[in-house]
Structure formats: structure tokens, C-alpha cells
Design a protein around this ligand. Structure first.
Ligand SMILES: Cc1ncc(COP(=O)(O)O)c(C=O)c1O
Length: 392
């Protein structure tokens, strides 16, 4: 492709994007939080109560809101989504040196949490639509593992593969029925990394409620934010109670004694953060509707493009469309950097894909299947401005 042709393609993309965003004010961030007077009222209420830390009333209230929305039986709010993932592994008693299947195309937190637990990340590939390639994973596990004493053993490393962490990328869920079947066949626990998927559903069931544990994030860039925050979802009371105990430094209930019965963590969400979360949850349906509308606007503008595909929700799923995403056709993979540069120069802050985890130095030594699709997609994925206010 000639340089002039490349420039034309990039300019065309830029002008199309600018046209869509034109009614809004610059700069265009990737994802702005939706904060208004109501959030201020909740924060003020919390401050006035004087209980701004974990003993305050809003932590429990926020958990109840998440419970109602996700229909998860138990919800434990935590300081962030990374802590939620780490605690999920601890609570499920995943041992050191057990392998955990994770996507390589994910935010680094998914892999870091596995390493915090001293377990071994084992990377799997994705489809062109960015969801888990379940067929490839099934074939790979059939070839490379055996079941012994009810456990999945990696024939190449002799280690147990004990769990899989599906990550609902940018809010999009895969075929969860098929994923559950695969987990059952290979004796794997499921921890859903639903950090990006609050408000996403598969067959009307909320993300994070399919496996033993699901985790959420309420970071400032998520649909609903608590500034920083996360949560564990589970339907298992024992797991919930264990998580609650460990997240509060494993302190044994007592009037005044400080007894901690095991090694715990200081992971609970403060009431001050939860107060914003309570106010945010009042508008979650409004925010998701706005984001779904924004997808329709992008779709209308970009339909039939020979340059890229706009990622849309999978059959039987309802996506929250957290981040709007295009995937350049393979022959245009060299243009990603030019597009980023053109948009950044004009204060449109789009984003490339994460560098795949298996390519980060400290993850290079860990087991992986063939990751051709991940490698290719990582050069072609672009997230577009996705704030809910953009659809006004
Ligand atoms: C896929 C994924 N997993 C985990 C996390 C970690 O969440 P947190 O930033 O709240 O620690 C995030 C995002 O922030 C994420 O996108």
C-alpha cells in the first residue's frame, strides 16, 4: 500500500469519527465517569455521618444495590477489581504452582492476580470477535491434558490446571453455556473477570454469576465508579463468608481484642467510595442505555466499512458496550499507529489494544497455546471514545 493511500484511509477514519463526535466538546476522552449533583449529595451524607471508612453505612448499601442488579446471592465490595481477583483465587484455595487459564488479551490485572497467588498463568487465544476461542481451547486441552483423580493435569508441565478466568472483554460475553461445559469436562473452576461487564448479560443472567466467583471493578473509567473499587460476586455462602473474613484482615470478632486467625488482607471498600457507588447505581440503566445508543450511532456511521469491523454483542448476550471497539482488517494493521497519532493530535483519545500479557517480560516464561489471533488482533484493535454523554 502506498503512503498516500495509507494517509487517505487514516484521514477518512478521522473525519468519520470527528463527524460523530462533533456535537460534543473537546477533548474526547476514552471513558469519562458520569458524575453529577446526586453523587455530591451522597458523598456529603457519608462525610456528615463521620463514618467514612469500612464501618460506614454505605458499604453494605452499595453491596445491596449490586446484589439487586446482578441477582448474585452474595456481594462483597472491595478496594479494587485486582484485589477481587486475588481474593477469589485465595478463597477458592487455588494452590501455589497450579495453572490458571487466562486470556493473553486482557488488562494486566488478570495475570498479576494469578502471580500474587503464586500460581501459574497459562494463556489462551481469542476469536476475531475478541471472545474466547472455545473450540481452539477445547482441542488444545484435549491434546495437552489428562484427567487424573478428578484433576486436570498439564501433560507438558505435570502441574494441575485448576481454574479458568474468562474475561468479558469491553463488556462482551462469550457463549457461557459452552464455557461451562468446557469447564465441567476439564474439571476447572470458573472465576469470571467481569471487571468490564457490569450491566452485561448472557441469556438474561448477569456477567460474573456463572462460575464459583465473579469479580467486578468500579475504577474511574468503568460505567459505574466508586473512584476505585471492586467486588466479588458469588452464590456460595461459605466462599462469601471466607472472603469477607480475609478481606477484613481475618480479624476475629471481639469487643476489644485484636486477634487475627490467619493471614488476611485489608481489601474492604470504604464507605466514602461506596457512597458514590450507591448514587451511581441509581443511574446504571440510564448509563447503559446511553452506551447502547452510542453503539448504534457508531454502527450507523461505520456500517459496511471495508477498513474495519465494529465489535458488537454476541448472540444471546446483552452487552453494556463499555468500550466501543473497531478491529482493522488484517491488511491495514500498519495503520493503527497513524490513526492513534492523528486522533491524539486532535485531542481524540482513542486507545490501542493492551500489549498481550505473554509478550510482557515477566509473563514470557509461562505456558501458552498458539496465540496467533491474539498476536494479530493486538495490532488491530482500537477503542473509540465511549463516554455515555457522547450519545446525547
Ligand atoms: C479486565 C480487567 N480485569 C481487572 C481489572 C482490575 O480492576 P481494578 O482497576 O479495579 O483493579 C480491570 C480494570 O481496571 C480490567 O479491565
Amino acid at each position: 500500500m502506498k503512503l498516500s493511500e495509507k494517509k487517505n484511509k487514516v484521514n477518512q477514519f478521522f473525519f468519520d469519527l470527528k463527524k460523530i463526535l462533533k456535537k460534543n466538546k473537546k477533548p474526547f476522552f476514552l471513558h469519562e465517569p458520569h458524575l453529577d449533583h446526586r453523587d455530591e449529595i451522597y458523598v456529603a451524607k457519608c462525610v456528615n455521618s463521620k463514618f467514612i471508612s469500612t464501618a460506614g453505612q454505605f458499604t453494605k448499601k452499595f453491596e445491596d444495590e449490586i446484589k439487586k442488579f446482578t441477582k448474585s446471592k452474595y456481594v462483597l465490595s472491595l478496594i479494587n477489581g485486582t484485589a477481587a481477583l486475588h481474593l477469589a483465587l485465595v478463597v477458592l484455595d487455588i494452590k501455589e504452582n497450579e495453572e490458571i487459564l487466562i486470556p493473553s488479551m486482557t488488562f494486566v490485572a488478570t495475570g498479576n492476580a494469578v502471580l500474587y497467588n503464586k500460581s501459574i498463568p497459562h494463556f489462551f487465544d481469542i476469536n476475531e470477535d475478541l471472545t474466547i476461542d472455545l473450540i481452539k481451547l477445547n482441542n488444545y486441552l484435549e491434546k495437552n491434558t489428562k484427567i487424573k483423580n478428578g484433576k486436570c493435569i498439564n501433560k507438558n508441565t505435570n502441574r494441575v490446571i485448576s481454574a479458568i478466568i474468562p474475561m468479558h472483554i469491553f463488556g462482551h460475553m462469550c457463549d457461557m453455556n459452552k464455557l461451562k461445559k468446557l469447564a465441567l469436562k476439564f474439571k476447572l473452576l470458573i472465576i469470571e473477570d467481569a471487571a468490564e461487564a457490569l450491566g452485561s448479560f448472557y441469556r438474561n443472567k448477569h456477567a460474573g454469576t456463572f462460575g464459583q466467583i465473579g469479580t467486578l471493578s468500579f475504577n474511574g473509567n468503568k460505567i459505574v465508579t466508586t473512584g476505585m473499587g471492586g467486588a466479588i460476586l458469588t452464590n456460595n455462602k461459605k466462599l462469601y463468608l471466607k472472603a469477607r473474613h480475609l478481606a477484613a484482615t481475618a480479624k476475629v470478632k471481639s469487643k476489644w481484642d485484636y486477634i487475627h486467625d490467619v493471614l488476611g488482607y485489608n481489601y474492604r471498600l470504604p464507605s466514602l467510595n461506596a457512597a458514590i457507588g450507591c448514587s451511581q447505581m441509581k443511574k446504571i440503566n440510564f448509563l447503559i442505555n446511553k452506551k447502547r445508543k452510542l453503539f448504534q450511532i457508531y454502527k450507523k456511521a461505520f456500517e459496511g466499512s471495508d477498513f474495519f469491523t465494529l465489535i458488537s454483542e454476541q448472540p444471546n448476550t446483552k452487552s453494556n458496550y463499555w468500550l466501543q471497539t473497531v478491529v482493522l482488517k488484517p491488511k491495514f494493521k500498519d495503520l493503527t499507529k497513524m490513526i492513534l497519532s492523528k486522533c491524539y493530535d486532535n485531542k481524540i483519545y482513542i486507545r490501542p489494544a493492551w500489549k498481550p500479557l505473554h509478550k510482557l517480560n515477566y509473563f514470557k516464561k509461562f505456558p501458552k497455546m498458539n496465540l496467533d489471533k491474539t498476536n494479530s488482533l493486538s495490532l488491530r484493535v482500537i477503542n473509540l471514545p465511549s463516554s455515555s454523554i457522547l450519545s446525547k
